[in-house]
Ligand binder design. Structure first.
Ligand SMILES: [Zn+2]
Length: 246
């Protein structure tokens, strides 16, 4: 049984992450914009991407195979390093996404509970599964780059998806719009048909059945959802009762 060096490693990782976030001008700019109520969903998408990049950097700096017991990233070490850092990134994403959403709702006169996105455990496990099986540092660094950044980006997708579902369930008209990042695959040499096929505007149900909230590692598509206010909602179809929601 390897010595548990996880807690010590995590201390360094989370300190690196914190310092990275504090020194990242792009992150600080968006945070300030959010606090002033001026941030957009596109800003939040960029913010989750930047949080993902800082998380990736912090993990790569400390998770060095040559320095680990038996030059192996054991599951227990991944569990006490990758998992809590991704939970931290999830908290950051949800914190600012909630601020952005409440300002936007206030502006459009919508008063609906805002909910957090899906629990981050499963997305963290997917990254950990990729990281623990790595035989070389290059492989490990790869697992800690695109899959890690994309997992954090997905935290914001999950937030949007959850809140859109809630609004849809309440009978509000919701539309999700997905725009292709234009980056393509193989360093931009081939267009990404997987993403192109998901471009467009969808209702909540169509978005779910067409996988509009899904992302592949490295995907930078923009996803936004809108709630129209002032729609008449049929609250009881048996008595044909309608209610104005504003
Ligand atoms: Zn793509």
């Amino acid at each position: 049984m390897a010595v548990d060096i996880g807690p010590e490693l995590y201390e360094a990782i989370q300190a690196d992450f914190k310092a990275g976030v504090n020194m990242n001008i792009g992150i600080q700019k968006i945070m300030k914009k959010a606090m002033k109520g001026k941030a957009t969903q596109a800003d939040m998408s960029n913010l989750s991407n930047l949080f993902g990049r800082e998380a990736s950097k912090a993990l790569k700096r400390s998770l060095v195979l040559a320095e680990l017991p038996n030059e192996t990233l054991y599951w227990n070490i991944a569990e006490s390093t990758i998992q809590p850092l991704l939970v931290k990134a999830w908290e950051n994403v949800n914190h600012y996404a909630t601020i952005q959403q409440s300002f936007a709702d206030e502006k459009s006169g919508i008063a609906i509970k805002i909910t957090e996105g899906l629990n981050p455990t499963e997305r963290a496990r997917q990254v950990m599964n990729m990281a623990v099986n790595c035989a070389t540092q290059e492989e490990l660094d790869n697992a800690l780059t695109d899959p890690t950044i994309t997992a954090v980006r997905k935290f914001y997708d999950d937030f949007q998806k959850e809140n859109m579902r809630l609004r849809n369930d309440l009978g509000l008209e919701t539309t999700v719009v997905r725009v292709y990042d234009g980056r393509g695959l193989h360093k931009g040499e081939t267009p990404c048909n997987w993403c192109i096929s998901r471009e467009g505007a969808y209702s909540y149900q169509d978005a779910i059945s067409n996988g509009v909230f899904e992302r592949h590692p490295g995907c930078g598509c923009m996803i936004e959802y809108h709630t129209s206010k002032g729609v008449d909602v049929q609250t009881d179809w048996t008595t044909n009762t309608w209610e104005s929601r504003r």
